[in-house]
Design a protein. Sequence first.
Length: 317
Amino acid sequence: MENAVNNSTGSHFLLRHASLRQIQIFEAVSRHLSFTKAAQELFLTQPTVSAQVKSFAEAIDMPLYEQIGRNIYLTEVGEKVASSCREIIDRLSNLEIMLDDFKGLKRGRLRVAVVTTAMYFTPKALGEFCQKHTDIELSLKITNRENLFKRIEQNLDDLYIIGQVPSSWQELEVTPFIPNPLVIIANRNHELVGQKVSLQRLAQEPFIMREEGSGIRLAVEALFAEQNLKVNERLTMENNEAIKHCVIGDLGVACVSRNALYKDERLNGPVTELDVEGFPVQKQWNIVYPKGKELSVIAKEFLEFLQTRSDELVQIT
């Protein structure tokens, strides 16, 4: 009986030695990788944050981070602990939202992360949603595909919007969203404008490509490889606006999501869509989050809002 009591007591060690405030502070430090920024976010002093994280690490009894100079790096254990801290905070936030619902209030926290091309419709959708939910705390992260998957691994956000979902990522809940057609653009004065362009002819043109790992890059390379062709890459850019400016400068042609082209750009702007064999490549936007993740009330409502507004969102750009 004594052993059973000791085991039970040992299994709740963190409940006795770690506080919710320490969990909140360590989660903020792990997210910012900075004691100073975490202190600013939580309206605490930097020494207070450092002391609380130190006490929390002592309760865990394993190193959670390494500090080299002014830089903080989470250990493997630290990454796991940070993810669990976020789950705890999320569940408490859900409880707070439910209690607010009983009081007739509608507030909470909504964290959304999207790939760069989705920036052409996500802010508009968030703006409309926030007009109905004025008291929510909002976070929007716009980043490249590689960093977005890192954020998913670290459980940093509620919902993610991405194009192609790798088959290796089977632990994701995937909700198909709006069409994401990929098109070839060129300077409006380019010699290929108005022509029917073969893929072989396009392969002769200098290309402005997205970075390694980009969904658009993968789609272009796959299409070219099907015909044993290679992309004549001149420049690599990490966002669509930079790519469009390179095309405006007549540095080459490029593949972008049609969502990245505003209507006036397509009709009267300095870039135009080329009529190329195999294009547009029909892709899909997807809303994803990790399987098993309990979405907050606000996140669920935003997911439903996106689904009901999908037809109008296609017309935004």
